[in-house]
Design a protein around this ligand. Structure first.
Ligand code: GCO
Ligand code: MG
Length: 404
């Protein structure tokens, strides 16, 4: 079998998604997600100009070899653009291999290690009453665990909180310029314990609760927050510091027993090396889409497993249904699965990308369709072309740009 065609498709059914479609001389097709929120077209160029020409004529069964040649052969390794592009090729090849075998991808990854994949959903509120309503809505949808994010008194706009849609997902208006939000770490640190106290008082001790600090704290601030939230027994505190400095987590870890999750912006195992070997974290958060695909993410999970660290694949709306499908196959197969983030997609996105994975009573299952189980409606995709869109930035009250 040979790859005879490769096409990069960009569509915006509410937000931008980049998809690679490979076709073989046997007529099999494979899809891979290459969406990098806010920097989409850089990956389109990387794929179209530099990767697609190398794929023609390759044997699609050589998944590992193709991954290694794209990673090592470029000379310039790592980085989100490179790794999103490699991820798309890797997932498309796994999709083809599994279709050729007539099996759902999870069977090629060792088969199911569980019956269904537990998730968490997003609850957001500008204030505590609004947040409690949002938690109630997620519970009514069946979510077994909920991430809670709250507005902070005195701040006008906090990411993911200032405007949310009916499902509680942040409304990230497609913008030609980044929206500027404001930030005050002290106000946030004072407010968060009161938020968790109110949520626990309303929903009791058993509901698994998560919180995302979006990389905004220094190590000592993160340690303080972890300590202050201990009475509320979080499932995890996510992205407490900008973790490219892995040593920062030593101070946080020494000072709190709140479990720590990190890694949605990481793109290779090297970003995690000491975090894993020193057991400074409890969950690894990378997405299939941003980590170079199923091949390296499986290796990361196996490495993490030796240290009792679990998987928790990043799954916001900017991971396309193609990336989500690949994630759910991996979730079902790996032994050290922790939890899967899931906020669903808009009805239009679900029409563009028809998928075999299901979400029932808060649990995902990849389905039994051969491959990853996603079909792309190219005509509908083409009717919703790319729109420039940026993530917001945040600034302190003196105008200084703050960590994301
Ligand atoms: C999460 C993330 C998202 C990101 C988004 C950026 O935990 O789901 O933090 O909310 O902000 O993926 O593109
Ligand atoms: Mg996050």
């Amino acid at each position: 079998m040979k790859i005879v065609d490769a096409k990069v498709l960009v569509t915006s059914p509410g937000r931008n998604f980049v998809t690679l479609r490979l076709t073989t001389d046997d007529g099999l097709t494979g899809l891979g997600d290459a969406t990098l929120n806010g920097r989409e077209l850089a990956v389109v160029s990387y794929l179209t100009d530099h990767v697609v020409p190398l794929l023609m004529g390759l044997d699609p069964h050589r998944v590992e070899d193709t991954w290694q040649s794209l990673y090592r052969g470029a000379y310039w390794r790592r980085g989100p653009v490179t790794m999103a592009a490699i991820a798309a090729v890797d997932v498309a090849l796994w999709d083809i291999k599994a279709k050729a075998a007539g099996l759902p991808l999870y069977q090629l990854l060792g088969g199911a290690s569980r019956d269904r994949v537990g998730t968490y959903g997003h609850a957001n509120g500008r204030d505590i009453p609004e947040l409690l309503d949002s938690v109630r809505a997620r519970l009514a949808e069946g979510y077994p665990a909920v991430r809670v994010q709250s507005g902070v008194p005195g701040l006008k706009a906090v990411y993911g909180v200032s405007s949310t849609d009916e499902s509680g997902s942040p409304v990230l208006h497609q913008q030609a310029r980044p929206l500027v939000e404001d930030w005050d770490t002290d106000a946030y640190l004072r407010h968060m314990p009161t938020v968790l106290e109110a949520v626990r008082a309303e929903f009791g001790p058993e509901l698994p609760l998560l919180h995302d600090a979006h990389h905004r704290l220094t190590p000592v601030q993160a340690a303080r927050l972890g300590k202050d939230l201990e009475p509320y027994r979080l499932f995890w505190l996510e992205d407490c510091t900008p973790a490219e400095n892995q040593e920062a987590l030593r101070l946080v870890r020494r000072n709190t027993t709140t479990p720590l999750a990190i890694g949605e912006v990481f793109n290779t195992v090297y970003d995690y090396q000491s975090l894993i070997t020193e057991q400074l974290i409890d969950y690894v958060r990378s997405a299939v889409t941003h980590f170079g695909g199923v091949t390296p993410l499986r290796k990361l999970f196996d490495f993490a497993a030796q240290y009792q660290i679990k998987s928790a694949i990043h799954g916001p709306e900017d991971i396309s249904p193609v990336g989500m499908a690949a994630a759910v196959h991996l979730d079902l197969a790996v032994h050290n699965f922790g939890i899967q983030e899931y906020s669903g997609h808009t009805p239009l996105t679900e029409e563009v990308f028809r998928h075999a994975y299901t979400f029932v009573d808060g649990y995902l299952h990849p389905g039994e369709a051969p491959g990853i189980g996603v079909d792309l409606d190219e005509e509908l995709a083409a009717a919703h072309p790319y729109e420039a869109a940026y993530l917001p930035v945040n600034r302190l009250n003196d105008g200084t740009v703050h960590d994301w």
